[in-house]
Design a protein around this ligand. Structure first.
Ligand code: MN
Length: 324
């Protein structure tokens, strides 16, 4: 599989002193695992490597190997004028990284764009891209193979975490034989399968269950379009703001073609997550609202209050299914 121009990648590696790995705002396990995994792998090349994020990652991922090395601003010592490589992982466009454009402009890095989102804006000096890959960590591993970089326990655990979460534990339709091939390599190299499953899926605080109770009570279903929402008040009352899995709950229900989750933000903003089954394409719906992702899983942030956002997005979904 040719995921990048490997000779150009090698030239970039030869010329650069520093590699900074980064991912999108609201970092998930694919972005975190990919950034940290590549940070460790590129150290094998004798390069200075950092992971710098704009957004604080959730405490529930603090067990990820080397997550204590994550920085929240670019080190002052980074060389400018293309000498630093900014390696974006799992981010479909530059604004999704969350940094002020002026900060990136000042650093003036060489940008390598590693991703698997259909909606990728194809930015940067070099693409490392495969939209068929189940996770960005799968793309990262293919790149490592081409560069002859070795897996170890830490890197395997990080990359495997991204693969497990982006495939919904190998349940989603993006799961393919190559995903299992990667999984096999990761496990053979010591990926901590039991730890990952326990930390991600078998340990949750009671507050999360209390929030689930409130969110599930908001369920609406109109002709195969189902949605849930979460208000700031619900999060304040329960002391839990972890809403990552809610949208996937609805996809398990028979007859639902599109499932939506709306999360109230501050100052009249609303975050939406979209999932599709069958022929529905939620990447198209999300892109109408400035977001994107994949045909079967996408997201966007709206500058509208919760009620308006629900009405706008549900209407767009109905149109996309030809209901109106
Ligand atoms: Mn991903």
């Amino acid at each position: 599989m040719n995921i990048t121009d490997i000779s150009k990648m090698k030239k970039i590696i030869d010329e650069a002193e520093c590699f900074v790995f980064t991912s999108h705002i609201d970092p998930d396990c694919d972005g975190l695992g990919g950034s940290l995994g590549l940070m460790l792998a590129f150290r094998q090349l004798g390069k200075q490597t950092y992971t710098v994020l704009c957004d604080k990652f959730s405490d529930k991922y603090s067990w990820l190997p080397h997550s204590d090395e994550i920085l929240y601003e670019f080190p002052k010592t980074l060389p400018k004028n293309k000498k630093t490589v900014l390696f974006t992982v799992d981010a479909p466009n530059i604004p999704r990284l969350g940094f002020d454009q002026s900060i990136i402009d000042e650093l003036d890095p060489t940008i390598v764009n590693l991703d698997h989102h259909t909606s990728n804006a194809m930015f940067g000096d070099l693409m490392v891209f495969d939209e068929k890959a189940a996770s960005s960590t799968e793309v990262a591993y293919r790149l490592m193979q081409q560069l002859d970089l070795k897996l170890d326990t830490g890197i395997s655990t990080l990359l495997y975490t991204g693969l497990i979460t982006d495939t919904g534990r190998f349940r989603f339709s993006n799961t393919r034989s190559e995903s299992f091939e990667c999984a096999q390599h990761f496990l053979r190299s010591g990926a901590k399968h039991n730890l990952i499953i326990k930390k991600l899926f078998e340990e949750k605080p009671l507050e999360k269950l209390l929030l689930e109770q409130k969110v599930l009570a908001t369920l609406k279903n109109e002709n195969g379009i189902a949605w849930l929402y979460c208000t700031q008040e619900m999060m304040d009352e329960t002391g839990c703001s972890d809403t990552e899995e809610f949208v996937n709950k609805l996809t398990e229900v028979s007859g639902i073609e599109i499932s939506l989750f709306f999360k109230q933000g501050s100052a009249d903003t609303t975050k939406i997550s979209l999932r599709a089954r069958g022929d529905a394409d939620v990447n198209k719906v999300a892109s109408e609202f400035g977001g994107g992702g994949h045909a079967k899983a996408a997201g966007a942030k709206l500058n509208h209050d919760l009620e308006t956002s629900i009405s706008l997005v549900v209407t767009a979904c109905k149109k996309s299914l030809g209901h109106i």
